[in-house]
Design a protein around this ligand. Structure first.
Ligand code: CU
Length: 259
């Protein structure tokens, strides 16, 4: 079912910079504790419908709320055992151009967790950068995205000798409880930072890098990082490099799989 919604995502590693919204009406499904797709677009003033359907209950019932207060699906009346499917339809008729956030209040908030965005604009397309949100850092690789990168120093290399200033911070940052999830649209990471740090995420397939992003995370605590990239089915290695303000460095390796 997901494959029908993202027809081009798996082909030849195409960069998914713009999601075409040629179909007038859009459909969003639940998939575990996520909405799929998270970002859809409709044409301004065209009266297009967005239908959000809960047909995969996940581990708890989902509700549906619109940030702007439009009618959704109340979750308060549902018990943990209630997996009854529901469907919410919203017609974008007179809504002004802009973005309309929806979310499941059990698993998300506007812009994070189980959430999504309807973009209303002249072209009816999801803009580059897509959804993202207040607590989420999202980046979209440039079309045909060949990223330039300075090769990291070899393991155990003798070229690194970053000496922190005397009396300075010598504690490297750490990523607590890191989790990675990969889909055909990219990689989502959740981790708990011990301190603010630049976090570089490298996504590797069979040892070859397919994406690289650096996030300047200016706070500690739980962060959600997204690397948007069309990924083929398969196993991926994910390398995290954390560098704090004093230059202390730490690395972490994770695995993820696109099914
Ligand atoms: Cu939910």
């Amino acid at each position: 079912m997901r494959r029908l919604l993202l027809p081009a995502a798996g082909l030849a590693g195409l960069a998914l910079a713009v999601v075409p919204a040629l179909a007038a009406d859009q459909t969003v499904h639940t998939n575990g504790n996520r909405f799929t797709p998270e970002d859809v677009a409709v044409v301004l003033g065209a009266g297009n419908k967005v239908t959000i359907t809960n047909d995969n209950g996940g581990i708890a019932p989902h509700d549906l709320r619109w940030q702007d207060g439009a009618p959704g699906e109340p979750g308060a009346t549902k018990s943990m055992a209630d997996q009854t499917p529901w469907s919410v339809q919203r017609t974008f008729d007179t809504e002004p151009e802009g973005r309309y956030e929806f979310y499941c209040s059990v698993h998300g908030d506007p812009g994070s967790g189980m959430h999504g965005t309807v973009f209303v604009n002249q072209a009816g397309t999801v803009p580059s950068g897509g959804g993202g949100g207040t607590t989420t850092t999202s980046t979209t690789p440039p079309p045909g995205g060949t990223t330039t990168e300075t090769t990291p120093p070899p393991p155990g290399g003798t070229t690194t000798s970053t000496t922190p200033p005397p009396g300075g911070d010598t504690t490297p940052p750490s990523a607590g409880n890191p989790r990675a999830r990969a889909t055909r649209r990219g990689v989502r990471l959740v981790l708990t930072l011990s301190e603010p740090a630049d976090v570089t995420v490298r996504v590797l397939r069979r040892g070859r890098r397919v994406a690289r992003r650096t996030f300047d995370v200016n706070r500690s605590g739980r962060v959600v990082l997204r690397v948007r990239r069309a990924l083929r089915r398969g196993r991926y290695g994910i390398r995290l490099t954390l560098v704090d303000a004093a230059g202390n460095r730490a690395t972490k390796r994770l695995r993820a799989r696109v099914r």
